[in-house]
Ligand binder design. Structure first.
Ligand SMILES: Cc1cc2nc3c(=O)[nH]c(=O)nc-3n(C[C@H](O)[C@H](O)[C@H](O)COP(=O)(O)OP(=O)(O)OC[C@H]3O[C@@H](n4cnc5c(N)ncnc54)[C@H](O)[C@@H]3O)c2cc1C
Length: 418
């Protein structure tokens, strides 16, 4: 099923795009490849590694992302393997709830937030992509060089057998936060913004936190031991625990400190024998954005274009919203419903959405966890005050669940009128 308001492919229209090269088989690159290949555009997807990444990263996908997953035809399986969380809350370090937020204020909303760990989402989407004859996936292709010639853009990828050149009408850099495409386009220090003076360790852990009265998603507000505990498994007690750490240690040092940090922060006075960690990785927290999302026939999307701290789940949700926009632009060009200038609009509008919405909102989500007195937060925090109002105001509760739809932008409105 598709909820797109874009025109269906016009069978009699001469396609304007012969192929698109997508760099990076992360969630955003795979999703874009599915959307393009399903709508008659040949895709070459190049990935540096040999398999899908399994690090503990995204798990929560807000309404704008769910909308695009639906358009790609994968949402039913995502919901089947994942789940729709009912609610989240902010707590003091002693577990006392400060305030809660419902995610089910519009229970039958088809775009309600969905949870599925990223590696499971990646594998699920890849299975869909493999069925599409117009998509070619090349694992073990690390892009190292780029250029343009005439009306084509090209990339050179390092493989075990040497350099391989692949060209296309457009090249999409979906190659993540360390994007090679971005660096080659704009220079090595072009990811503008900052690394925050904080670090987290993200763990996927099997342990039933509902026994402590924990909700689906729990944020611990505390100047030192701020933390997020969220259920991310459908029925296997798999949780994501992302806790604060001192910046600057090695991965080994963080791993060594993990049992003590769990014991200090989490309920249950936990010993390692009480839980099973399936994945652990430290992360710096960054707020960064590329100077532009387009240069010639090269475009940037998702983490290659912008990154933010993970609190509030705006990273991939914003990235997937980019992908939906980029798809509508390329599909419009292919069907002669739009000219190439629509990609300038993509670059401008999507960058503004990062600067005006994602960056400030994610910073505020993070600040809320550590930079306030937990005992006064209920009264002092404006967002908490809004949530308290929403407890008795059904319309406001609905409005809040739809708030992130501001990240969606309908690019079909720029299609040629005839
Ligand atoms: C702890 C944590 C929790 C998070 N939680 C959430 C959440 O709940 N919700 C949410 O929306 N977001 C969340 N995020 C953010 C989210 O994980 C990222 O935004 C998302 O993974 C980015 O996807 P991507 O496809 O853009 O990049 P990536 O997933 O980084 O994929 C990029 C791909 O490009 C490949 N690549 C890199 N260089 C090259 C090259 N030169 N040639 C070829 N291939 C290359 C890489 O190998 C990789 O496979 C979280 C992040 C962290 C760290």
């Amino acid at each position: 099923m598709t909820t797109s308001n874009m025109p269906e492919t016009q069978d009699n229209a001469e396609p304007r795009i012969s192929n698109v090269v997508v760099v990076g088989a992360g969630p955003s690159g795979i999703l874009l490849s599915i959307l393009l290949a399903k709508h008659g555009i040949k895709v070459d997807l190049l990935e540096a590694t040999e398999t899908i990444d399994e690090q503990p990263r995204a798990a929560h996908y807000a309404p704008p992302a769910v909308y695009e997953l639906r358009r790609a035809g994968v949402i039913d399986e995502v919901i089947e393997r994942g789940f729709k969380p009912a609610s989240g809350c902010w707590r003091k370090a002693n577990g006392e709830v400060i305030v809660g937020m419902r995610f089910d204020a519009i229970p039958d909303d088809p775009e309600r937030m969905v949870v599925l760990p990223l590696d499971r989402l990646g594998k699920l989407m890849y299975a869909h992509l493999q069925k599409l004859p117009l998509a070619t996936v090349r694992w073990g292709h690390r892009v190292v060089n780029i250029g343009e010639e005439g009306d084509k853009a090209w990339v050179e990828a390092q493989t075990v057998t040497g350099l391989v050149k692949v060209e296309g009408d457009y090249v999409i850099g979906a190659d993540g936060a360390t994007s090679t495409i971005r660096r080659l386009l704009f220079g090595p220090n072009s990811f503008q913004g900052e690394t925050l003076d904080a670090a987290i360790v993200a763990t996927n852990v099997i342990h039933d936190f509902s026994q402590y009265g924990y909700w689906d998603t729990n944020y611990l507000v505390d100047p030192k031991n701020w933390c997020m505990v969220a259920r991310i498994g459908r029925d296997d007690h798999l949780y994501r625990v992302s806790y604060s750490e001192v910046p600057g240690l090695t991965a080994e040092e963080y791993k060594k400190r993990q049992p003590a940090r769990y014991k200090e922060i989490l309920p249950g006075n936990l010993e390692p024998s009480d839980y099973t960690i399936t994945n652990i990785n430290p992360y710096k927290l960054q707020q960064r954005c590329a100077p532009a999302f387009r240069k010639g026939r090269f475009l940037l999307a998702a983490d290659a274009a912008h990154v933010c701290n993970p609190f509030g789940g705006l990273g991939l949700t914003g990235g997937i919203a980019d992908i939906g926009s980029l798809f509508d632009c390329l599909n419009g060009i292919n069907q002669n419903l739009a000219d190439d200038s629509i990609l300038d609009k993509y670059a401008e509008i999507r960058r503004n959405l990062y600067v005006d919405v994602i960056d400030p909102l994610s910073r505020e989500n993070f600040r809320r966890l550590w930079n306030q007195d937990p005992n006064k937060a209920r009264e002092n925090d404006d967002f908490f005050q809004t949530l308290i109002k929403a407890e008795t105001d059904e319309e406001l509760a609905k409005e809040l669940t739809l708030g992130l739809n501001v990240l969606r932008h309908d690019f079909t409105q720029y299609y040629k009128k005839n």
